[in-house]
Design a protein around this ligand. Structure first.
Ligand code: ATP
Ligand code: MG
Length: 328
């Protein structure tokens, strides 16, 4: 069963202009951060979302968690169109979808005790009274490896390491007993030596509660570790999506291959696709396939018309000249 489905999701941010520019120009310009994205996540499944900086990953995560309103498109949670639900039901849904952010230093309030970060959501959502919330928070702190929980409860964020703060962020999300987690670069800012432990903590919750997850990362080797399915995003669109092993070992889109060629741990005998140039401007998108200015295989067709995602649940890609290669 699909727990989440997004259909043709779009988020356009108006470009800020100076007063003079507003007076002189007629057209409003937009940053097309997310520009027609569709995918589904099954119950208990992890979908990794990868792509270079600025391609729209965080915006997708924020749309799903209700932190941002879509410009267009639909979000279905357990089959229900979220935008059509009454306020109470929406609040309930957003309680079951929690987000863990990238920066463990910015996501905690420096003046709030560690424990209060976890009791707060319980009190806000009317789940527990003060005493019960405190007990639940201490239990959750211990569950994420901050032992003894009682002691960690009273500490302030500056007294914790980056890895420990990220454990608090996970505890805060998990205490609401969510069904869906958006983990936005949840291990990117953590010391490499601690990354595996935090990743394993997240995965242990996933196993225990049969959680579904959108795992956002710019690092394909982390996406491979996390496993299951993967979606590759470029300039607001998904260009390739499918089973992790198939996408990583038989990439069809030159952009996926280029991302792979940048990861040291993959054997690149068959990969002759270097990543070149920079991401195009998301305001004035190139015509045709939006990857064409950087693609070594682009021809006239690629400059004229934009390919749609085609394939099946197992593997789909949006490319006029898909690759036929193997990456070990
Ligand atoms: N609130 C906003 N207002 C205007 N533009 C925005 C806003 N949020 C994001 N953008 C723009 O939308 C595009 C996509 O941003 P987003 O943060 O979703 O990318 P990302 O893939 O998460 O990048 P990163 O890997 O750096 O985190 C970028 O061009 C960004 O500048
Ligand atoms: Mg981001």
């Amino acid at each position: 069963m699909e727990i989440l489905r997004v259909e043709n999701l779009k988020k356009y941010f108006p470009v800020q202009k100076s007063f003079i520019e507003v007076l002189l120009s007629k057209e409003l310009k937009f940053i097309k951060a997310v520009d027609g994205v569709s995918f589904g996540v099954k119950k208990g499944e992890i979908l990794s979302l990868v792509g270079e900086s600025g391609c729209g990953k965080t915006t997708v995560g924020r749309l799903i968690t209700g932190l941002e309103e879509p410009t267009d498109g639909k979000i279905y949670f357990k089959g229900e169109d979220v935008s059509k639900l009454p306020k109470d039901r929406r609040k309930e849904i957003y309680r079951s979808i929690q987000i863990i952010f990238q920066d463990p230093y910015a996501s905690l309030n420096p003046r709030m005790k560690i424990g209060e970060h976890i009791t707060d959501p319980l009190l806000i959502h009317d789940i527990a009274d003060n005493d019960t919330a405190r007990k639940m928070a201490i239990e959750m702190l211990e569950r994420v490896g901050l032992v003894p929980g009682e002691q960690f409860f009273n500490r302030l964020p500056y007294q914790l390491s980056g890895g420990q703060r990220q454990r608090v962020a996970i505890a805060r999300a998990m205490v609401l007993n969510p069904e869906f987690i958006v983990a936005d670069e949840a291990v990117s800012m953590i010391d490499v030596s601690l990354r595996a432990a935090i990743l394993n903590l997240l995965l242990s919750f996933k196993e225990e509660y049969n959680l579904s997850m959108l795992f956002i990362t710019h690092d394909l080797s982390v996406a491979k570790l996390v496993g299951e399915r993967i979606a590759v995003m470029y300039l607001g669109r998904i260009v390739e999506i499918g089973d992790v092993d198939d996408v990583i070992h038989h990439p069809k889109h030159p952009y996926t291959a280029a991302l792979l060629s940048a990861v040291p741990s993959f054997d690149k005998r068959d990969l002759k696709v270097d990543i070149r140039g920079d991401v195009s401007n998301p305001i004035d998108l190139p015509s045709g396939c939006r990857y064409n200015p950087r693609c070594p295989f682009a021809d006239d067709k690629c400059k004229e018309s934009e390919p749609e995602l085609e394939g099946d649940d197992f593997h789909s890609f949006a490319c006029w000249h898909p690759l036929d290669i193997e990456v070990e």
